[in-house]
Structures are given as C-alpha cells and as structure tokens.
Write a protein that binds this ligand. Structure first.
Ligand code: SAM
Length: 266
C-alpha cells in the first residue's frame, strides 16, 4: 500500500475544498461516488472496519494531539491528509462549529447475495435521511446482518444520514434493490419476510421467529405499498396506546427488530 500524501490548504477557494464541499449534494456524490464523514469517531470506525479513506481534512494541531495518530493511520491506509484552518473546516462542514476532522470515502453497496442469513432489515422507499441513518445504527446495535434499501430512498451517504449512523455505516452491509429482487433473495436463502403494517392483526410479540428472516418496513408517509404487503410472508403490528396513529419509522424498526432478534441478543 502506497502511503497517502500530506498537504496544507488554507484557502476556502481552493478547488479541492470546493469539490469536497460539493459532496453535501447528492448529485456530486452520485458523480464522484464519494461521501463525507465528519468527526474523529467516524474516521476511527471506518479504519477499524477496513474502509480505505480517500482523503482526510484536519484542523492543524500540536504534535501530541490524537488527531496526529489518526492522520498517520489514514496515510498508512493510502488516504491523503490535508491540514487546514477553521474557516476551511467551517466551509467543509457548512456550519460554525465544525469537528476537527472530516473524511472522504467511497460509497459502498454490497450485492444482496452477501446477506445470506441472520435478520435483514429492508426499508421500502424511506424519505428521511435521519431515519435511514438511525435504522442503520439500530440494525448494527441489534446484530442485524444488513440493511436493504428499496425503490426511491433517501441517500444513506448524505451528511445527515451518515451523522445519524454514528459510525455504524462502516460496519453494516448496505444493499439496494427492488421488491422483486428482495423476494427472489428471500426465496433463495429460505427467509420469511415479516412485514410491519398498521392494519395487521398479528401482534409482533406473538410471532415465533427464526433466522433467516427479513424485517420489511414501510415508507414514512404511506406505509407499506400493496405490492410490498403482498410480498410479506406475515404482516405484524406493534401494539400502541394513546392517540398517535403510528410510530416513527426508525422507532418502529427498533421495536420490531428487538422482538425478532431477542432470542439472539445477550
Ligand atoms: N401513515 C403511514 C401508514 O399508514 O402506514 C404511517 C407509516 S409509519 C410512520 C412508517 C412505518 O413504520 C410503517 O410503514 C410500518 O412499517 C412501521 N410502523 C409504524 N408504526 C407501526 C405499528 N404500530 N405497527 C406496525 N408497523 C408500524
């Protein structure tokens, strides 16, 4: 592995800074295949999970600052290190109180065939990046084997989604497909598809569960489409009290996933 280079950039007008800042926009991410991850924790998570950093921006710091160790690891993993100042970090983060480091990584989706067992979480067309990030974090915390995104979904590599994953993005395999792809994968690995639906009559707590299984969640506005509900082996409901007509998507995923994974948690 060739070690990454080291540079200093202190102008917000520098083209490297402009190109990195553009990664807040989905179009620029789609064109480059790159995304931003802000903060030391996320960079350490990425390195520990074997992700190769493309680049790291860091606020200039003392030789004994822990960011120097991180920078050395990034370089050893082949990433370029760019030392910079507060105005540039603010520009990159698009806010006044940025973290001291920002990483640039290549987006990564794995083929569905890599999710061969366990409990897989599938989201039908989630629109809210915060929900997507929180589901990825929850799926990681509860030992799911991966997260599958169906249809027209909020980008998991957008800054808000990445932040909400709290580093789990680097540990949780992500796939994208359509409903037919999910159904044929379920058939090929012998997994039941457990759909969550407000009109279901089966209480999720009564379900006898066994892996492999796929937990299928609906979109925020309109819930599971008819086609997705029809593709489910079982439809389950999370019982509720009070006057709310539904649970937030990420909260519902956490409750249902906890139920499905509980025999496997310690
Ligand atoms: N108005 C939508 C509907 O009619 O389904 C609400 C969608 S809810 C905000 C987003 C997703 O969370 C749902 O599609 C379902 O997957 C899950 N969900 C939320 N509350 C649920 C509950 N009580 N039981 C089962 N699933 C629920």
């Amino acid at each position: 592995m060739v070690a990454g280079s080291v540079k200093t950039i202190t102008s917000t007008a520098n083209p490297v800074i402009k190109a990195a800042r553009a990664l807040h926009m989905r179009k620029a991410r789609a064109q480059s295949g790159l995304f931003l991850a802000e903060g030391q924790k996320l960079l350490w998570d990425a390195l520990s999970a074997g992700w190769q950093p493309h680049m790291m921006f860091a606020l200039q710091c003392d030789p004994d600052d822990p960011v120097q160790t991180l920078a050395a690891k990034v370089r050893a993993a082949g990433g370029d290190v760019i030392w910079t100042n507060r105005p540039v970090m603010e520009k990159l983060a698009r806010r006044d109180n940025p973290q001291t480091v920002m990483g640039v990584f290549e987006e990564r989706y794995v083929p569905l065939s890599q999710l061969a067992g366990g409990t897989i979480v599938a989201l039908e067309a989630p629109r809210d990046p915060g929900n997507v990030g929180t589901v990825i974090r929850t799926a990681d915390a509860l030992g799911a084997s991966g997260v599958v995104l169906l249809g027209n979904f909020a980008d998991p590599f957008g800054s808000d989604a990445v932040r909400a994953t709290m580093g789990s993005l680097f540990h949780m395999p992500l796939c994208r497909t359509d409903l037919a792809g999910l159904q044929s994968h379920a058939a090929s690995i012998g997994a039941a598809i457990i759909g969550t639906h407000l009109s279901a009559t089966t209480d999720v707590r009564t379900l006898a569960v066994s892996e492999p299984q796929i937990l299928l969640m609906g979109t925020e506005q309109s819930g599971l489409s008819e086609a997705a509900a029809g593709a489910a082996t079982r439809l389950v409901r999370i019982p509720m009290g009070g006057s709310a007509d539904s649970l937030n998507l990420a909260i519902a995923t956490a409750i249902a996933l906890y139920q499905l994974r509980s025999p496997y948690l310690s």
